[in-house]
Design a protein around this ligand. Structure first.
Ligand code: PLP
Length: 418
């Protein structure tokens, strides 16, 4: 690898996925120059197909009114099913284990209704520190809902003093000491702050060994790493579609329920009509009869316009092939890491693991001076990245639309502001 524009351009020229950049709308500055957009971990960019897919549903609504449920070109009644197969392949699940519905935090609560059933002696929940705030709030409120005090019931899996990453052996230690009191491990598969990707299968096996349920938040995993959910054996997982999955702000989330729970009637479940047997859903008089698999957790008839955006985005993923994307992602982030090391600048420190198996596309760059002003200056040079308190700039080159040249340019500009 080389620290030259020419080398970056050559990598782009040899990139078999380079044309996918053309399939996206890239944000520009006021002069019409492309911004260096490295924020797909927060909001992915808009595929050009999205407008067309949403327009189709607007047209069918205009043309058919309520009959669109059955007569639209893509009938609305089964519309969520059009998303399932590609979504399942991206997260490594069987189609029956996956459904797109609600939003991430809502799904997390629904999953905890089913998979957090504490007893007076086995009630604690483990999350990683620092977990995304919404996840922590959700977990704390579930503890309180069941009458437990979060200061006792919530266990944080933390990095050791002076370290930035969580060690698996420390989780083993927590379980050895308190495993018989733990009901649930709820871990963010790829930590939003450090970019560390956790060993999902090992965590699941550890949790199950102590009779706990195990769930993952894939907000930073879905569309980024290959979580192989089915193989991990996790009980459930949730994610959103607006980060790496490019489906638009606030778009619907995804949910995974392992097939061994497909018909598990020992689980509590909050129910609604969309989880009911499709054959008799509209008779409206029957007792609740849950659909098999993840679909049985649906509550409401879902927003078609949001699902149209997800469908457009998944079509791009299917076209590119997720394996190929991941391969490019490893190279692209590897190049970013190389360039940052090459700066030999003591003011910065990459806290994300250097092993590609333990990270996705994001690198978290710690500013030793913890100076937010540096990030503001960087933004003024036309770089969109984000700042996370207390001292981290997150940059996430997305393999669908970012180029090696983007990465090169970013590092040039960072060097200038440092
Ligand atoms: C982005 C993100 C969320 C956001 O939750 P919403 O319910 O979609 O607003 C939650 N958890 C994690 C880990 C995230 O990264």
């Amino acid at each position: 690898m080389q620290h030259t524009l020419q080398f970056a351009q050559q990598c782009d020229a040899e990139d078999p996925l380079k044309h996918f950049r053309e399939e996206f709308l890239l944000p520009k500055d006021t002069q019409g120059n492309n911004l260096i957009y490295l924020c797909g971990n927060s909001l992915g960019l808009q595929p050009k197909l999205t407008q067309e897919y949403i327009q189709q549903e607007l047209n069918d609504w205009a043309k058919h009114g309520v009959e669109g449920h059955t007569d639209a070109e893509n009938p609305w009644l089964p519309y969520h099913e059009f998303l399932t197969e590609t979504m399942a392949s991206i997260v490594g699940a069987k189609p029956s284990e996956v459904v797109m519905m609600n939003t991430l935090t809502t799904n997390l609560h629904l999953m905890m209704v089913s998979f957090y059933q504490p007893t007076p002696s086995k009630y604690k929940i483990i999350v990683e520190s620092d977990a995304f705030p919404s996840d922590k709030y959700a977990v704390e409120s579930q503890l309180k809902f069941h009458g437990f005090d979060p200061s006792d019931g919530l266990i944080l899996w933390k990095p050791r003093a002076g370290e930035d990453l969580c060690r698996f052996e420390d989780l083993e230690q927590i379980m050895a000491e308190q495993g018989d009191q733990v009901a649930l491990l709820m871990i963010g598969s790829t930590n939003y702050y450090s970019g560390q990707h956790f060993p999902l299968k090992k965590i699941t096996e550890l949790g199950h060994k102590y009779g706990c349920k195990v769930g993952f938040d894939l907000a930073h995993g879905a569309g980024n790493i290959e979580p192989k959910l089915h193989e991990t054996g996790a009980d459930f997982a949730v994610w959103c579609s607006y980060k790496y999955l490019n489906s638009g702000p606030g778009s619907l989330g995804g949910c995974f329920v392992h097939e061994r729970h497909a018909n598990n009637d020992k689980l509590n479940r909050f129910t609604g009509w969309w989880g009911h047997n499709k054959e008799t859903r509209f008779n409206m008089r029957h007792e609740f009869d849950a659909l098999q698999g993840a679909e049985g957790w649906q509550l409401s008839n879902p927003p078609i316009l949001s699902m149209a955006a997800i469908r457009a985005s998944l079509a791009v993923f299917a076209d590119a092939g997720f394996n190929k994307l991941r391969k490019k992602s490893i190279k692209l982030t590897g190049y970013l890491e190389f360039l940052l090391h090459d700066l030999e600048n003591d003011a910065i420190n990459i806290i994300t693991p250097s092993n590609p198996e333990e990270r996705g596309c994001q690198l978290s760059i710690q500013l030793k001076s913890a100076n937010k002003e540096t990030h503001t200056k960087l933004t003024k040079t036309g770089v969109i990245s984000d700042w996370r308190e207390p001292d981290v700039i997150r940059v996430a080159p997305a393999p669908l639309y970012n180029s090696f040249e983007d990465v090169f340019e970013f590092v040039q500009r960072l060097k200038k502001v440092l």
